[in-house]
Design a protein around this ligand. Structure first.
Ligand SMILES: O=P(O)(O)OC[C@H]1O[C@H](O)[C@H](O)[C@@H](O)[C@@H]1O
Length: 536
């Protein structure tokens, strides 16, 4: 694992941060699991959240159980692996499988279209892994209920198809035992976003076909370096990110175009944003964007020389080193890297909306297939964009947040005989995420993109708890074919809307500028959103 600092300002920031950290004995204390490193208020929580440091060793105990599960799935010919889990309970497995080029369907969504898409893959050879540390995450529980009913409707006993990964003491553990599901208990002393090398990252990846022992080997190789004051990649990475943030460079552009680790920035994004974005401070990870050269930006590239900092290493080592670095950043920024105090406000608003749902009033503006809700004095969609971009403060950012089917772009018609470039162009022209790039052309400030509700468990913490400099553009879409959630009073449509509106409420109560665009026709709406962004 190697961290190379390629730029002078970043090197200065890192050197002085390392000096302070070493003078305080941080490398040795952190590696030994000292819970006092983040101040008195964080101590009690930190004392129960440092188990990730020893996962390269302790997770080995899981390998026989995992091998038994893999053998069972093979014997039952369960080749289609679906993972219901969000945030820390699915992002690591997604990177592991994408990087190994192994298929895994992740359902961290409440979008009816996306859930129906997964159901349509066929249930005969499907194993559903339900991963939730708390056992209380509403979208994960909803997907479990939908799949239980779908298995039953298909004449398949759910007990032969469902694997639960959860903490001892979570409500899912006894529920799984009652239902006869296979149950893997995770370590309770590892927080969700630090759980990549625990059962949460390993079980779904192994079932999908990845030899996960290698991840533990890679992490174990780097682990002994983490107690050292020198030659310690975790210390250096934390020092350059945290030290740069203290010097005013708190937007971290994560560049991975040349990396063979597919999707690692999205995992890093959750780890850093949720761990540091609180008390009005924090690092804003910017994923999938080109550097814009603004003064408060630090560019970090995985396996390339494109940035100010270069990070090389195998995936297992990356997981452990980034977790350690994040804990170091927490120490430098004087925040508790193990809590997520502001995630709860959106959850509360969502829960209230589920109990007493209310559909929003009339839109303030309708532009083709796009309805605009919120406070705006614009007369059309290009005007809404201009107003929002104008509202971004000199040190701020624009966040685009889409509650849609994130695979919908692949439905776009591709011309016969199209080559890969033409196919990619067709997909991009149908992808709501393309809006990020188009709006980024119109501002020097960072523009981020997140799929809802996934971002609620990631950058959502930073949006509400970090510096009050964000401007928010939320996108929702009409639901054609709603999915009921068995045993619940809500459907996926009402849950998805409650999550979107709940977060919007939490943001506006904090005084953040926020507008919602609702697509009354999804495909035409996305095309309209993108066309309007290209108008001056
Ligand atoms: O694993 P779960 O308990 O379902 O939690 C899933 C995710 O949601 C929570 O709201 C936290 O913000 C995340 O850190 C966590 O990874």
């Amino acid at each position: 694992m190697e961290i190379t600092i390629r730029e002078e300002r970043a090197a200065h920031a890192a050197v002085s941060a390392v000096e302070r950290l070493v003078a305080d004995g941080v490398p040795g204390r952190l590696a030994a699991g000292d819970p006092t490193l983040w101040g008195e208020e964080a101590e009690a929580e930190a004392a129960t959240r440092l188990g990730w440091l020893s996962l390269p060793r302790t997770s080995r105990e899981l390998l026989p159980e995992i091998a038994e599960l893999v053998a069972w799935a093979a014997a039952e010919e369960l080749t289609n692996v679906v993972l219901a889990g969000t945030g820390g309970s699915s992002l690591a497995a997604e990177v592991v499988c994408d990087s190994a080029d192994v298929p895994l369907t992740v359902l961290d969504t409440t979008d009816s279209q996306q859930v129906r898409r997964a159901l349509a893959e066929g249930l005969a050879h499907t194993v559903l892994v339900v991963a939730s540390k708390s056992g209380e995450t509403v979208e994960t529980g909803s997907v479990l209920r939908i799949f239980e009913a779908a298995f039953q409707d298909a004449g398949i006993d759910p007990a032969t198809r469902i694997v639960i990964v959860t903490d001892p003491g979570s409500p899912l553990a006894p529920a799984a035992a009652d239902a006869g599901y296979r149950l893997v208990l995770a370590r309770p002393d590892v927080g969700g976003r630090y759980s990549a090398l625990s059962a949460f990252g390993l079980v779904p990846s192994a079932l999908a076909g990845v030899p996960v022992e290698r991840l533990l080997d890679e992490a174990a190789e780097v682990a002994p370096l983490l107690s050292r004051p020198e030659g310690n990649p975790g210390l250096l990475l934390g020092a350059v990110i945290g030290g740069s943030a203290l010097a005013g460079r708190d937007k971290l552009v994560l560049e991975d175009q040349l990396s063979e680790l597919n999707g690692l920035p999205v995992w890093i994004e959750q780890l850093l944003a949720e761990s540091t974005g609180k008390d009005g401070r924090g690092i804003l990870p910017v994923v999938g964007a080109d550097p814009s050269g603004v003064g408060d930006e630090l560019v970090l590239a995985i396996a390339s020389d494109i940035g100010d900092v270069r990070v090389d290493g195998p995936l297992g080592a990356q997981f452990l080193v980034w977790e350690y670095a994040t804990a170091v950043v927490g120490r430098l920024l004087e925040v508790n890297p193990f809590d997520q105090p502001d995630v709860a406000s959106a959850k509360r608003a969502t829960a209230a909306l589920l109990v007493s749902p209310h559909e929003p009033n009339e839109p303030v503006l309708v532009d083709g297939p796009v309805e605009v809700y919120g406070s705006t004095s614009a007369h059309d969609l290009p005007g809404v964009y201009s107003e929002l971009l104008h509202a971004v403060p000199h040190d701020g950012y624009l966040a685009v947040l889409a509650y849609l089917d994130r695979l919908a772009a692949f439905d776009a018609p591709v011309p016969d005989g199209a080559d890969f470039v033409e196919m990619t162009d067709a997909w991009m022209a149908a992808d709501a995420a393309t809006l990020r790039a188009l709006l980024a052309l119109r501002t020097p400030r960072p523009v981020t993109f997140g799929w809802g509700p996934r971002y609620l468990h990631s950058t959502g913490q930073y949006h509400k708890g970090g510096p009050p400099t964000g401007v928010f553009l939320q996108i929702t879409g009409v639901v054609q074919d709603d999915v009921p959630v068995p045993g619940r009073s809500y459907t996926l449509r009402s849950l998805q809307l409650a999550q979107a509106l709940g977060d919007l409420t939490a943001l506006t109560e904090l005084g953040r500028p926020a507008v919602r665009l609702h697509l009354t026709d999804r495909a035409a709406g996305v095309a309209h959103l993108l066309a309007a962004a290209q108008e001056a």
